[in-house]
Design a protein around this ligand. Structure first.
Ligand SMILES: Nc1nc2c(ncn2[C@@H]2O[C@H](COP(=O)(O)OP(=O)(O)OP(=O)(O)O)[C@@H](O)[C@H]2O)c(=O)[nH]1
Length: 660
């Protein structure tokens, strides 16, 4: 996996050749590689479809999928990563991490695929190991562990030093560029080698050993016990085992380098694949749920069952992927059949556009969480335990949402209300044994606009050797009603839609959507805004990511011009209270900016219906208990988002800015 043109196909071609699968080296530029077999691939010199090949390397069978690097074929990469056990990320060592590398890296993160990195094109004059490693750290937020250093640079790149084995691996120095690279020399580093290289290698090896010890307790123990006198004496096999553990646990990624085109470095890469990436039985794809037991519940007592027939309620144990709201079926085919049946049955009755499969497997409707707060573990060491606890709780309770604040890095809990969040807090303590600290409860505001505004933006950026130029003109207008959903309303001016290719339209819509996530006032989601795309032009070669970025920036400008308006969640409140306490409850509500809609009688009690801003309802259960000596109950649910008046909005803005 890699950005376009990093050299995946060229590297694959070398692997097939060195493993004996092919007799001749194919060349992307000549259009005769094994894996780019489509006519368009051969003509354009790019990979479009993932191609699978199988070959053997030193008693290992390797099944390889060569994936496309162009952003348009991202789905192909996703498809491949879903089933792969490990990945080789190929980089152009003169460019480091490129835009699409980020995307595929995230995809591999999502599917938890262990990786090794291959810094290719070390023969290019601008190739830089240091630069590439820095960009892997910074842009991918990965933890690179350098296993090789290059010997020579640019045209004089002739081989690598293997830092694990302390060996020098050279591909026929002096022989022609066109040597197939089949044969190479491996020799232990020794005093006859260039002193500068020796020095550099020993420093890099020291750093490697330290890094591995930091990440792997077993290795650290070994160093401190058996090799405390001389870390460097650690046997390569032990170092390799530790690197393998770290790679499989995805704590770090081994880095190797070479030049596929110049036939250097590919055999050690194959060795690294067999040494560090997992065997299929070491990966858990978890595509099939397995139920270990079936139980008949009677409150908290259970009787074990062998099978279950329609109409019964049972409890099952051992599901790994399932969350509350999922429907479990015996196979994909039966899910599809059920969806079809449901569609036939409800033909004409269901909402147009709504997928039938959604109906069958609809799950539970999750209300929007309106409260959020930060949650912190007692110490950083407990963060992983807390993450685990929150994952478990979320599976059970879809109305609990957890995300990481991208600015502060803090974990944020969102829930239905104060009690909900308190119960979660309490369960984390009782069931998971973690004492957490909750930040103050905050209200999930929204943003919208007051006026229409039009704006244009131009993005002109050169990345590597490519220039990306996009011009966008758009306008925003307030929608009549602040629609409840946060989904965006996007239209195109007359014939603009027809002129734009589908991929550009989808990039434009992505840009609009991403601008909706964080409004210009306080960074809350934007709603009730209609966007009209007036014009989009781009120069050939401009990536879709740049189109999205430009649209999103232009949107932000337009939203600012259009005058921001904060929306606050208004809640429907229902209080049931004895008549004698009604007046004090009403008086209290008036102080909370509440508006009473109705007061009804129910037996001896009064039922008070009101709308009230959520922001005023913090601690209401305690207040109500005090007011009524415990003789009242209430329920609170989201009714709508309403515009705040100028005074309240200004007060909130200055409070958020830390002025109040
Ligand atoms: N200088 C140099 N060029 C290389 C090297 N490896 C590949 N190339 C060249 O880089 C270009 C792209 O190589 P590919 O192997 O098609 O790259 P890719 O990653 O498979 O490309 P896509 O699949 O289309 O994303 C070709 O012109 C190769 O000849 C290398 O090690 N050094």
């Amino acid at each position: 996996m890699a950005h376009i043109d990093a050299g995946k196909t060229t590297t694959t071609e070398r692997m097939l050749y060195y493993s004996g699968y092919t007799r001749a080296l194919g060349d992307v530029d000549d259009g005769d590689t094994v894996t780019d077999f489509m006519a368009q691939e051969r003509e354009r010199g790019i990979t479009i479809q993932s191609a699978a090949v199988t070959f053997d390397w030193k008693q290992h069978r390797i099944n390889l999928i060569d994936t496309p690097g162009h952003v348009d074929f991202t789905l192909e990469v996703e498809r491949a990563l879903r089933v792969l056990d490990g990945a080789v990320a190929v980089f152009d060592a003169s460019a480091g991490v490129e835009a699409q590398t980020l995307t595929v890296w995230r995809q591999a993160d999502k599917h938890q695929v262990p990786r090794v990195c291959f810094l290719n094109k070390m023969d290019k004059p601008g190739a830089s190991l240091e630069y590439s490693i820095e960009s892997i750290k910074e842009k991918l937020k990965a933890n690179p562990i350098l296993l090789q250093i290059p010997i020579g640079s640019g045209k004089n790149f002739t081989g690598v030093v293997d830092l694990v084995t302390k060996e020098r691996i050279m591909w026929h120095p002096g022989s022609s560029w066109h040597d197939s690279g089949h044969d190479f020399n491996t020799k232990a580093l020794g005093s006859s080698d260039d002193p500068e290289l020796l020095h550099h290698a020993s420093e890099a090896r020291g750093a490697l050993i330290e890094q591995v010890a930091d990440l792997d307790d077993e290795f650290a123990g070994l160093l401190l016990e058996e090799f405390s006198e001389d870390f460097d004496a650690i046997p390569p096999g032990r170092l390799q085992e530790a690197v393998r553990r770290i790679t499989l646990a995805q704590k770090a990624v081994p880095i190797l380098c070479g030049s596929a085109l110049r036939n250097k470095g590919v055999q050690p890469l194959l060795d690294a694949i067999t040494a560090y990436l997992p065997a299929p039985n070491e990966r858990h794809h978890d595509l099939v749920e397995r139920m270990s037991r079936l139980l008949l519940p009677f409150a908290d007592q259970h009787v074990e069952l062998q099978s279950l027939t329609a109409g019964n309620i049972a409890v099952t144990v051992g599901l790994k992927q399932t969350v509350t709201g999922d429907t479990i079926v015996s196979s994909k085919a039966s899910a599809v059949a059920a969806a079809r049946r449901a569609q036939e049955e409800s033909e004409g009755k269901m909402n147009p556009g709504r997928e039938a499969s959604e109906l069958v497997l609809a799950g539970v409707e999750v209300p929007e969480p309106v409260f959020f707060c930060t949650i912190e573990p007692p110490s950083m060491a407990k963060q992983a335990d807390l993450d685990h606890a929150l994952t478990c709780l979320q599976r059970e309770d879809p109305s609990l949402k957890v995300h990481i604040d991208p600015d502060s890095g803090q974990t944020i809990l969102s829930g239905m209300g104060e009690l909900h969040i308190q119960i979660i807090h309490d369960r984390i303590r009782r069931e998971f044994g973690i004492e957490t600290h909750l930040g103050p409860l905050q209200v999930a505001y929204r943003e919208t606009i007051l006026r229409s505004a039009s704006t244009t933006d131009i993005l002109d950026r050169t990345l590597g050797e490519k220039r990306h130029v996009v011009t966008v003109a758009l306008s925003v207008r307030p929608l009549d009603e602040f629609s409840h959903s946060a989904s965006c309303d996007i239209t195109y001016k007359e014939d603009v839609e027809g002129q734009l290719a589908a991929d550009i339209r989808s990039a434009v819509e992505n840009g609009v959507q991403s601008a909706h996530l964080q409004g210009p006032l306080l960074g809350y989601p934007v709603q009730g805004v209609g966007t009209i795309i007036q014009n989009v032009t781009l120069e050939p070669g401009t990536s879709m990511a740049m189109v999205s970025a430009c649209v999103s920036r232009c949107m932000l400008k337009a939203l600012k011009q259009a005058g921001g308006q904060l929306l606050e969640p208004m809640m429907s409140l229902e209080v049931t209270v004895g008549e004698e306490h009604l007046s004090s409850v009403l008086a209290d509500l008036a102080q909370r900016r509440g508006a009473v809609c109705d007061v009804q009688s129910r037996y001896d009690n009064k039922v008070l219906l009101a709308t009230v801003p959520l922001a005023e309802m913090m601690g209401y259960s305690t207040a109500l208990r005090t007011l009524t000596s415990g003789n009242a109950t209430f329920s609170l649910e989201l009714s709508s988002y309403e515009a705040m008046n100028a005074q309240d909005q200004n007060a909130l803005l200055s409070k958020m800015a830390g002025l109040a």
